[in-house]
Design a binder for this molecule. Sequence first.
Ligand code: AHR
Length: 508
Amino acid sequence: MTEPGAAVVALDREHHRGAVDHRLFGSFVEHMGRCVYTGIYEPTHPSADAEGFRGDVSALVRELGVTLVRYPGGNFVSGYDWRDGIGPREQRPRRLDLAWRSIETNQVGTDEFMSWARARGVEPMLAVNLGTAGVLDAAALVEYCNVPEGTEWSERRRRNGALKPHEVKLWCLGNEMDGPWQTGHTTAQRYGALASEAAKAMRLVDPDIELVACGSSSHDMPTFGYWESAVLEAAGEHIDYISMHAYYEEHDGDRASFLASGASMDSFIEDVTATIDAVAARRRSKRRRKINISFDEWNVWYQSRYPGSEAMAIDIAGPRIEDQYAALDAVVVGDLLSSLLNHSDRVKIACLAQLVNVIAPIMTEPGGAIWRQPTFHPFAAVASAARGHSLVTRVSATELATRRYGDVPAVAASATHDPTTGDVAVFLTNRAPHPVTVDLKHSGFERWMTLSALHIAADDRGPRDRATAADLRLTPLSVSAAEEGRSGCITLPPHSWTVVQAATASTH
Ligand code: AHR
């Protein structure tokens, strides 16, 4: 039994869930608010490159360590005709975007996004419109992007300047089709049938693509579970992933529940995994690879502070949901990353939503400055340190009572080990309102040498404003060796998130 101020976290190098997929460190660029315009793209900005992309944003995207970016939505995609965004810019239409009640100028479209993504070394993940468009539109977009030459759409791409195919591997079959707010919202059966037909047609264009069907927009959706089962029954033979979306916030000052967001994410993932496997068992599926999870929207979002889009005034690329984050939010983002790592045997893709300005780790001023939000730091730390295998961590800690999620462990942990380099990273959340001393047992590792321990604590939070955010960094904690080097002791401050990095003997 552990005391409230103490916990044990044990690692075993032989006990892991397999490799952490590099696609776990994805993000999301939607045509929404200032994510694209004055976010990634601003031709008049002093740092803009020849294509009009902001150089200062590109530098922070690299520093963040993003590996994959989903595009162009989100709710936006359900009203989007991708043909509006190709060809000569001066001929592109200005459209009313119904999802965010904005005017879409289409100055950035598929070719520009692809160029942006490739030059920044991030994998593109494209969503097709299954809300107001159909099977042929989806297949035509795959043809435009992936067929080398000799067809109507591949030749259009070549005439638009992209001689080589974009080779987009990952495709989302619509967005949040279970949500009544979605343009083209429908039933699970209808969506499942449509997704199945779109998947077949898209694969006939390019058999090598990977497909993501829409799961539920959140664990709290009234159709949750039923939706996944029906979609998997209808489209299961044609898809590779089912999506999950989840946003967390502090409701009415209930900090304890907010800090337990990772525990809530754990049970959401475990429920979806169980549903995937139950449907596969019932169908006596002979698939070689199980259907996995694409957690393609997750973040902290103070959603309850915003009116629905029907109450938003029509605006041309004006701001939308520009949450200002505090250190507390960074602690929760770190905890959510641990949940993703701890399920990396089934969660193969994840996207922090979104990348710039819209509930984002990176913020810009039009024509001006750029800064990192507090949530930038845990994401960058995990994306850079989590390599190799996801280790099973055994945590002994007291339980904390929460209003929303019941009893949760006071300490959450995840860890990775790269057998080729010997590098180990351990990620720890202290959800308790008091310090907790963690006995970090790593007895199975040879020549363990702790290199660093960096943390962020909610006590640093201050008001949610730009000045506070820009100053926040991860700061050092000390780790003392114990038990002849087979264990380390680290005291986690109240409401904090910590990354410990160590070098150990490699297997090569
Ligand atoms: O990321 C903001 C919005 O949240 C997306 O457009 C939508 O998919 C989700 O509801």
